[in-house]
Design a protein around this ligand. Structure first.
Ligand SMILES: [Zn+2]
Length: 288
């Protein structure tokens, strides 16, 4: 065996210690895995560089279609913290979440959130009565962000400053009583946050189709008092909604509740709300 000098040994020990410390740094960074992208947008803004954030939802998939596939198990098992909306929202994951120790899971709907008045008393196919798209109200996103920061022992910081919120409210104030339609009943939290009027929709809060009578009501209401546009969640736009917009001469405007184009990072949530405020205003711009 080759004899190594004392200095060589010392050097090798230093290198080994350095490598293991570096590995510890990587291992020590907590991993957050969320079911849908909006939760990852909030988490990434809440933790900055202090944790890694991933989500399970794939592009083009609505939050309501999410289901467990075997390739997700490694991701879920290796997470230090799992985030979900509600057992009824990611209902196809309910069985899996029952097997996870409760200290590794944050369920947003169990935090002290603000809930809007329902736009309709109708239940959806999963028995939901509440609009669970809570993340569209920045006050709710702040509640979840604070819960994540507390869980990880991080200082409490805001996602959006109050002055910025005042600017958004002022920007949307002229449209307070404006009439519009939505494709999916997903915007109750958004209209509560910015004091906007309620709107009829083609699909219920769970993303399911409404019955024929609801479509008839929608048509009657559009004829009685014409809306300015139809807001659509790009992943859920149906042929029926497109035809309805065409026959009533309505512009179809994307209002994306999932932040499809938002890049994860510390400013992700404020960019997400900024984008929604801009998209909402598009409905009421004068047609050229
Ligand atoms: Zn939805």
């Amino acid at each position: 065996m080759m004899l190594l000098s004392r200095n060589t040994w010392r050097c090798m020990i230093y290198i080994a210690v350095f490598i293991s410390m570096s590995l510890c740094d990587v291992v020590a960074k907590p991993r957050i895995v969320t079911t849908i992208k909006p939760l990852a947008i909030i988490a990434a803004s809440a933790v900055g560089d202090a944790a890694s954030v991933e989500y399970l939802q794939s592009p083009g998939q609505t939050g309501h279609d999410l289901h467990l596939v075997p390739s997700m198990l490694t991701q879920l098992e290796s997470a230090d913290l799992l985030l979900r909306v509600d057992q009824h929202f990611e209902h196809r994951f309910a069985g899996y979440f029952e097997t996870v120790p409760s200290e590794r899971v944050l369920t947003a709907s169990q935090l002290g959130l603000h809930w809007p008045e329902p736009a309709t008393a109708e239940k959806d196919e999963h028995g939901l009565e509440r609009d669970l798209h809570f993340w569209l109200n920045p006050a709710n996103a702040e509640v979840l962000a604070a819960a994540i920061q507390t869980h990880l022992g991080l200082p409490l910081t805001r996602l959006i400053e109050p002055a910025q919120m005042r600017d958004y409210r002022a920007a949307l104030a002229p449209f307070k009583n404006a009439r519009y339609l939505t494709h999916h009943d997903a915007y109750g939290h958004f209209r509560t946050a910015f004091d906007l009027s309620a709107a009829p929709s083609f699909r219920d809060a769970g993303g399911g189709q409404r019955g024929i009578s609801s479509h008839y009501d929608l048509r009657e209401s559009a004829l009685r008092s014409p809306p300015s546009c139809l807001f659509v969640e790009p992943q859920l736009l149906t042929k029926a909604a497109r035809q309805f917009a065409k026959s009533h001469n309505l512009a179809v405007i994307p209002l994306d509740p999932l932040g499809t184009d938002v890049t994860l990072g510390i400013a992700a949530y404020s960019k997400f709300i900024d984008g929604l405020v801009g998209q909402f205003k598009q409905c009421f711009l004068p047609t050229p």
